[in-house]
Design a protein around this ligand. Structure first.
Ligand code: S3P
Length: 441
């Protein structure tokens, strides 16, 4: 099968240094903010993936021009409220939940109809989470049961809102912040802690945004209609992409890996904190700051034994895209690991909590589920000998990559469908795996 890969051998010991592509969250944010800046922004090391291409296609449709230069992308910002497009323009966010949610905020002040669509996976995802705050701002949204397609018409008379965001979703928070930028007056958000790239970028742009940090949430206030200028930005490596190789190294025999220039924003490194509590001993070297973000090199050495964990719930949001990988380590750990309140995992590109449980059971790991809480009964001697076939029915890139990591470290004969799914977030995933010595057909 053309879009399927086969793995029949575990990876041999390796000792290498790699980089991974630019951070997806920051890439999308840079494109959106550059489009409403005044003047030409230059973005270096932009992730070259389908989600990012969808973002570029959308800004083009709403009247923003960009040019690919030799080693950067130049975006010609039109300023706040500077978009121009025809009534009933169709925009397609492809597979990207982040783009789809954020674009609604970005376009909230334009009083023309836009129709937002997405691929089959995105069309199954919940949009009530952004429809609710946007309606309070005064955006008019017509849709079918809180799913795409959404027909919406912004308003040039938006009113600022006070909103409590309690899912810990950076997509919702960013959608609200973008809409607040389009709105005269001060919008206030009490947001459960989640990745804060938007706030840091706005801070770097000297935008009037205030954030007061509390234990599990932030109090954000943001003034609307304050124009900012174009900017230069070099996107650091994506910790969510690096994580596949972090776990690959941990589970491999006698291997060592350094992953360079990775964004280690504290709101993204839940996986490192969780795995270190499980005895992973991952180190961060060469720490430095860049425009409010933190960057470092991550050093990983394989481990023979892992401890189980009672995972603190306040790390859920900062590890939200990495739980599939954390579960693999839990499957090899000594003892029973427990994870709580993971309902948001079922709101991703596929229902990841359901699929992860199915996957773990398929490889012979005992799992007990109680609604959105799970217990994984680890087995340090877990070695696989059977044949496994992973059908990726919603083309979820992270299910594909996690399956490859399992196949390369746990044994067995694997067929994994839909290698093209990596194009959304990490097109070089298989190339880097092969560079580390993986035999993949
Ligand atoms: C993202 C936020 C997360 C994450 C997604 C990217 C972002 O989603 O899962 O991959 O860039 O804001 P939620 O904020 O909805 O949890």
């Amino acid at each position: 099968m053309k879009n399927q890969i086969k793995i029949e051998k575990i990876i041999k010991p390796f000792s290498k240094s790699i980089t991974v592509s630019g951070d997806k969250s920051i890439s999308i944010r840079c494109i959106l903010f550059a489009s409403i800046a005044i003047g030409k922004s230059k973005i270096f090391n932009l992730l070259d993936s389908e989600d990012v291409i969808s973002a570029l296609k959308i800004i083009k449709k709403i009247g923003v021009n960009y040019k690919k230069r030799k080693n950067y992308l130049e975006i010609n910002g039109v300023g706040i409220n500077g978009f121009s497009f025809k009534n009933n323009t169709l925009i397609n966010a492809g597979n990207s939940g982040t783009l789809a949610r954020c674009i609604l905020g970005l376009c909230s002040a334009i009083d023309k109809n836009l129709i937002l669509t997405g691929d089959i996976s995105l069309s199954k995802r919940d949009f009530s989470r952004v429809i609710k705050p946007l309606s309070l701002f005064g955006v008019n949204i017509k849709n079918n049961k809180d799913k795409l397609p959404i027909k919406f018409i912004g308003s040039n008379l938006l009113r600022p809102i006070n909103y409590i965001e309690n899912k810990g979703s950076a997509q919702i928070k960013t959608c609200i912040i973008l809409s607040a930028i389009n709105t005269h007056g001060i919008t206030k958000i009490k947001a459960r802690t989640s990745r804060n790239h938007t706030e840091l970028l706005l801070n770097h742009l000297d935008y009037p945004i205030k954030v007061i940090k509390k234990k599990n949430y932030d109090l954000i206030s943001i003034a609307g209609l304050k124009q900012f200028n174009s900017f230069r930005y070099k996107i650091p490596g994506d910790i969510s992409s690096a994580s596949f190789f972090i776990v690959l190294t941990l589970l491999s025999k006698n291997s060592k890996l350094v992953i360079k220039d990775i964004n280690i924003n504290p709101s993204r490194i839940g996986i490192l904190k969780i795995l270190n509590k499980m005895n992973a001993k991952i180190e961060i070297l060469n720490k430095r700051k860049y425009k409010g973000e933190q960057i470092g090199d991550i050093k990983i050495i394989s481990r023979k034994t892992f401890k189980s964990i009672k995972c603190p719930q306040n790390l859920n949001s900062s590890a939200i895209d990495e739980f599939l990988l954390i579960f693999l380590i839990a499957a090899k750990a000594r003892g029973v690991s427990s994870f709580k309140n993971l309902g948001e995992l079922n709101q991703k590109e596929s229902p990841r909590l359901d699929i992860a449980i199915h996957f773990l059971k398929m490889i012979g790991v005992k799992v007990i589920r109680n609604q959105n809480d799970i217990k994984i009964f680890g087995n340090p001697n877990l070695i696989l000998n059977n044949e496994y076939r992973i059908k990726n029915y919603l083309k979820d890139h992270r299910i594909f990559m996690m399956s490859v990591v399992a196949a390369l470290t746990l044994g067995g004969k694997w067929k994994v469908d839909d290698k093209d799914s990596v194009k959304t977030s990490f097109p070089d995933f298989l190339k880097i795996s092969k560079y580390l010595g993986a035999k993949i057909n």
